[in-house]
Design a protein. Structure first.
Length: 310
């Protein structure tokens, strides 16, 4: 069984499938932009003659990333340029760009994220996300303390209520979740590299256009235990990206090293740079099997990454 940390637990220390190599994004703006609709890439994509092969590492040191997104108060200070601002706002944030290439408030595909709301009075709040000509609506549930129930990776896109807690100063903040919506939102977001989020409570309304970072990485998609799928994203268009089965080993110098066992498949990066790969049944059984003794479980990783999912 593949396990992952419930995104609402804090402070987090998780092994991430995403190497933090993002691209710069535009600053969060207050005007919506619709994105074109499209279909997801699949493992059956036909490589072009110019497709570039990317090689798997024979082994790599496991890296642990403990930093989650910055807080909503930090973002608000940036959006308001450090001045008092009581106007209603809504945005989604994945924190600072790990590459340092951009200081914009933005969401990052596959990254831990937060929903932030500011300046809304007591009462029900409805949040609407627009991407690729489609609309996704959910309600906001105010709670005194966020629950420890794992969040879905397609929160904001699955219609389920999103918990938020009051963090002071008129700010409501959700728990962390891995920002990786299910199809068709996944492809829509990747194609446009932005989405519009709107919040409404009675006569109070706020809307923002949120840029989307597309770092190089991979992650299991929502429902992994049933569909056995992973999303691979952020690689150059046309690149043939391999997925490898690794076995983790403890070394005498206290390092944990992932050693390649074999390649299990590959995807070809489409124009929107997100491809979905279905793990073969025998590989999934290997990943789900309980290791003997003190051995580490098998895991998957993708070329150029230093993270593994177990």
């Amino acid at each position: 069984m593949v396990t992952r940390r419930p995104p609402r637990w804090r402070p987090p220390v998780l092994w991430v499938l995403t190497l933090l190599l993002g691209t710069g994004c535009a600053m969060l703006r207050d005007t919506p932009t619709a994105a074109p609709a499209g279909r997801a890439a699949s493992r059956s994509a036909t490589p072009s003659p110019n497709a570039r092969d990317i090689l798997l590492a024979q082994q790599f040191d496991m890296e642990a990333y403990g930093a989650g997104p910055v807080s909503c108060p930090d973002d608000l200070a940036q959006l308001a340029h450090g001045r008092p601002d009581d106007r209603p706002r809504v945005w989604v944030t994945s924190g600072e760009d790990p590459t340092g290439m951009s200081s914009a408030v933005a969401a990052g595909l596959g990254e831990e994220s937060l929903l932030c709301l500011h300046g809304f009075p007591p009462g029900p709040i409805t949040v609407t996300v627009k991407a690729g000509g489609r609309t996704y609506t959910t309600t906001v549930k105010r709670v005194a303390e966020l629950s420890a129930t794992p969040s879905a990776m397609d929160d904001l896109f699955n219609g389920h209520p999103v918990e938020v807690e009051d963090v002071g100063g008129g700010l409501l903040q959700s728990g962390f979740w891995r920002f990786l919506p299910s199809e068709p939102a996944l492809t829509d977001l990747a194609r446009s590299e932005r989405f519009t989020v709107t919040a409404r409570s009675g006569a109070v309304r706020a809307e923002s256009e949120v840029p989307l970072r597309l770092p190089r990485g991979a992650a299991t998609v929502e429902g992994w235990e049933r569909n056995h799928r992973i999303a691979v994203y952020g690689y150059p268009v046309g690149a043939r990206v391999p997925i490898g089965l690794y076995r983790q080993e403890d070394r005498a110098d206290d390092r944990t090293v992932a050693v390649l066992q074999r390649e299990v498949g590959r995807v070809v990066m489409p124009r929107h740079r997100v491809a979905v790969f279905t793990v073969p049944p025998d590989v999934f059984r290997t990943l789900s099997a309980k290791p003997a003794g003190d051995a580490h479980p098998a895991c998957l990783s993708v070329a150029d990454l230093a993270g593994c999912v177990t």
